[in-house]
Design a protein around this ligand. Structure first.
Ligand SMILES: [Zn+2]
Length: 226
């Protein structure tokens, strides 16, 4: 589940000086008025603005993105406040298996020294969904900064080499959750966009493990998305 091998470095924080200068923004604005591809350019400028202006989307404490999810916030140190998808487009879902029970996974993500958390944690027994980070925010779960910024991470109670916690209830609940995420951000329901932690570039992980049934899972997500 964790990024323990690659805890968030200070570089996780956006280096403010690396953003476009005010002058560059103004010049960019002129280009928008003149050039072709104006819409794309304008969107890119808006992203830069949101990413570096320290503006925050209004948010209500306790609000969740997935209907029925229980809000159990992760420690703030395990994520970075952001304004997705305005600053970072969301186009990936990362599937995890924590090598731990549901309550222990929650406890670990509430520990500010852990350095990692996912947006959601699912309980095997009944598929109950806890939301620990808003989808607006960048949670540290993928062990890869670019992937953290573009993705939503989901833990599924269990152990990679033990299929006994892979219940129908958890698969179905996870599929509903992911269908909703794909719908919210226009993410295609396929194996390019819904990936295992083990498929994140430059990450050596077995998570979610060999027993995770991808064919069944994608089928369930497609059914929920229909
Ligand atoms: Zn993982």
């Amino acid at each position: 589940m964790s990024d323990r091998s690659a805890p968030p470095q200070p570089s996780e924080e956006p280096p403010v000086h690396r953003g476009p200068s005010r002058r560059a923004l103004i010049l960019g604005g002129t280009a928008v008025a003149l050039g072709a591809g104006a819409v794309a350019r304008r969107e890119e400028l808006a992203r830069w603005w949101w990413r570096y202006s320290a503006m925050e989307e209004p948010r209500v404490e306790g609000e969740v993105d997935h209907p029925g999810a229980e809000w159990i916030p992760a420690a703030r140190a395990n994520l970075r406040r952001a304004g997705r998808p305005r600053d970072y487009p969301i186009d990936r879902v990362v599937i995890h298996m924590p090598e731990a029970t549901y309550p222990i996974t929650l406890r670990v993500f509430q520990d500010p020294s852990h350095g990692a958390a996912t947006h959601y944690v699912l309980r095997a027994e009944d598929g109950h969904v806890a939301q620990l980070a808003r989808e607006l925010d960048v949670a540290y779960h993928a062990g890869n900064r670019a992937f953290n910024e573009r993705s939503i991470g989901i833990e599924h109670e269990g152990w990679a080499h033990d299929p006994s916690t892979l219940t129908d209830a958890m698969y179905e609940s996870s599929a509903r959750l992911v269908a909703g995420i794909c719908d919210r951000y226009g993410i295609p329901v396929d194996r390019e966009h819904i990936v295992g932690h083990n498929e994140v570039p430059d990450v050596v992980r077995i998570c979610p493990g060999p027993h995770w049934d991808w064919d069944r899972y994608l089928e369930l997500v497609r059914r929920e998305a229909a």
